[in-house]
Design a protein around this ligand. Structure first.
Ligand code: OOB
Length: 549
């Protein structure tokens, strides 16, 4: 039997002790399937049904058979270029059809996609490629006005192990993704269901993001479990409005869940109503998922929409706290059902249920997927608090990881000795077992669902020659929920700076735009706690947000 802290060779991360794995298999949660094999089966069962629609710039569709064949040919091409089982491939594609073809090809090989977000830049991509020892990096040519080929050239120069850059579109000095597919030479080795399927990114609380190792077995359960709760079946037409690489639109129930059920996935290039509403009408979308700021915008735009939204049955909202007031307005404005989702890329996902009463749907963040999701709500000493009281949420279960990838020291802090993940969220449980998220103990800022680790930004700001010290905190924001504020102490004798100089410095460091501080305030000293540590609570309560440019 492996212990929770042991790192299993080949997985590079702690995994479930054998007695848990045996229990999850016996209960039928782990079905012994791989994603590549599931697509193959669905393609055999209903080859001509539409699996995938990429509506822009011109509408492209893939039937299940076509997606299956495209994945096979792409897998053969990757394999011919030396990409093998266990290799890591950083995938940074927006919501385009190639994204799904590429990841299913990698699943078939048993190579591991590392899911980068389209907003990531030199710092993040350089880190993922180096830390994951990636052999390949897949990009669009340009996206949202940004040239990813130049980014790839810079990263490749600094990362000797990165052998390939594949480009969806015009390749420049790299390899066109369109040239990769080739005829299938023979069957691939492929992964086993208990082996890793991909590495997902954590929101992060430290200077460097952690990688989350998910297996086919465990993630598969989160898919079919979500499908049952959300009522996903072959008639579901799911709009991927959020970035497809994020865990929420991937698995709650997401594009992977919908393909598992034999439904149709429609990719949305941008999540604004002007783009999404016509697609809902044209493609007769039945289900989608949004973060709270977008749910607010859709709620505002819904009543005056010039498009027929009547096909939309269910809207999932999660990633950050959805206010009760906003939740109440959503159903009447959009004419569909609301379901709240409180999930995390590390595993645990909670949903309100279709048969919950309306008050529960607007006031709670739902129940776990599985009866075997173990939930503990504890105080600072890890003692369970009575039901109904606030505490730290700890969880363990059939689709929650037992440790991050290659991070033994961090794992010792982020997990209890008996394998519970410390989510960093403060919750309470209602008498029905529904969880209500009350706040957060972890040092992370939730900017409308996009997670920012203050430490990462603080390290960058500290690199500015005029900066003596910095502390990055969250301030309340009506639209995003939270925005970022950097308190900066300048060096003695330094020339005064404008906020924009700090923002420019962070942007020039090459990080995702959503990490650039929204606000910068220059102060002489930080509030201190009793033990002389910077008090982030003190800074938060001192914060009076003002408009800045
Ligand atoms: C989702 O995943 P991550 O990994 O980007 O972020 C997880 C964290 C949670 O620990 C919690 O702090 C926050 O995001 N969160 C929520 C929430 N949903 C997520 N906080 C309050 N209310 C909610 N409904 O964000 C994610 C993964 C799968 C499904 C949905 C969201």
């Amino acid at each position: 039997m492996s212990t929770p802290s042991a790192t299993t060779p080949g997985l590079d991360a702690p995994t479930w002790p054998e007695e848990f794995a045996a229990r999850y298999r016996a209960a039928g949660y782990w079905r012994g399937e791989t994603f590549g094999a599931v697509l193959r089966e669905r393609a055999a069962a209903h080859p001509d049904r539409t699996a995938l629609i990429d509506p822009a710039p011109e509408r492209r569709t893939w039937t299940y058979r076509e997606l299956d064949e495209a994945a096979d040919r792409m897998a053969a091409g990757f394999a011919a270029r030396g990409i093998a089982k266990g290799d890591r491939v950083v995938v940074q594609l927006p919501n385009v059809g190639e994204f799904l073809v590429v990841v299913f090809a990698l699943f078939r090989i048993g190579a591991l996609p590392v899911y980068a977000l389209p907003a990531h830049r030199d710092t993040e991509i350089g880190y993922f490629c180096a830390f994951a020892e990636a052999v390949a990096y897949v990009i669009p040519d340009r996206h949202a006005g940004y040239d990813h080929r130049a980014l790839a050239s810079r990263v490749k120069e600094q990362t000797p192990g990165l052998r390939h850059v594949f480009v969806a579109g015009e390749p420049g000095e790299h390899t066109a993704l369109a040239e990769v597919p080739c005829d299938v030479a023979g069957p691939l080795d492929g992964p086993e269901p208990h082996e890793l399927a991909f590495l997902q990114l954590s929101g992060g609380t430290t200077g460097v993001p952690k990688l989350i190792p998910r297996t086919h077995d465990d993630y598969g359960y989160s898919l079919w479990g979500s499908n049952e709760i959300c009522g996903v079946d072959e008639h579901t037409r799911f709009l991927v409005a959020l970035p497809a690489a994020h865990n929420f639109p991937m698995s709650s129930p997401g594009w992977l869940g919908v393909l598992y059920a034999g439904g149709t996935v429609v990719l949305c290039p941008r999540p604004d109503p002007a783009t999404a509403f016509p697609l809902i009408a044209q493609e007769r979308i039945t289900m989608t998922g949004l973060v709270p700021p977008l749910a607010l915008v859709w709620t505002e735009a819904g009543p005056d929409a010039a498009h027929d939204l009547s096909s939309l049955e269910l809207l999932l909202v999660g990633g950050a706290k959805f206010s009760v007031a906003a939740a109440r307005r959503l159903e009447p404005a959009l004419g569909c059902r609301l379901m709240q989702v409180f999930g995390m890329a590390e595993g645990l996902v909670n949903y309100t249920r279709l048969d919950d009463d309306p008050e529960t749907v607007v006031t709670t963040q739902g129940l776990p997927i599985s009866p075997d999701d173990e939930i503990r709500v504890v105080d600072d000493a890890d003692e369970d608090v009575p039901d109904g009281e606030f505490g730290h949420l700890l969880t363990r279960g059939p689709y929650t990881i037992r440790g991050y990838w290659r991070a033994p020291q961090h794992n010792a802090r982020a997990f209890t000795a008996d394998g519970f993940y410390r989510t960093g969220d403060i919750v309470r449980r209602t008498p029905t077992g529904h969880l209500v998220v009350e706040g957060r103990a972890k040092d992370q800022i939730n900017r409308g669902g996009e997670k920012v680790a203050p430490e990462e930004i603080e390290n960058i700001v500290l690199g500015h020659p005029a900066v003596h010290d910095v502390s990055v905190v969250a301030v309340a924001d009506a639209y995003l929920g939270e925005r970022t504020l950097a308190y900066v102490i300048l060096r003695a004798g330094a020339e005064p700076l404008k906020p924009v100089a700090i923002k420019r410095h962070v942007r020039q460091a090459g990080v995702a735009d959503y990490k650039v501080p929204d606000l910068v305030e220059f102060v002489d000293a930080f509030p201190q706690t009793g033990v002389g540590k910077v008090s982030k609570n003190g800074l938060r309560s001192a914060a009076a947000p003002t408009e800045q440019h």
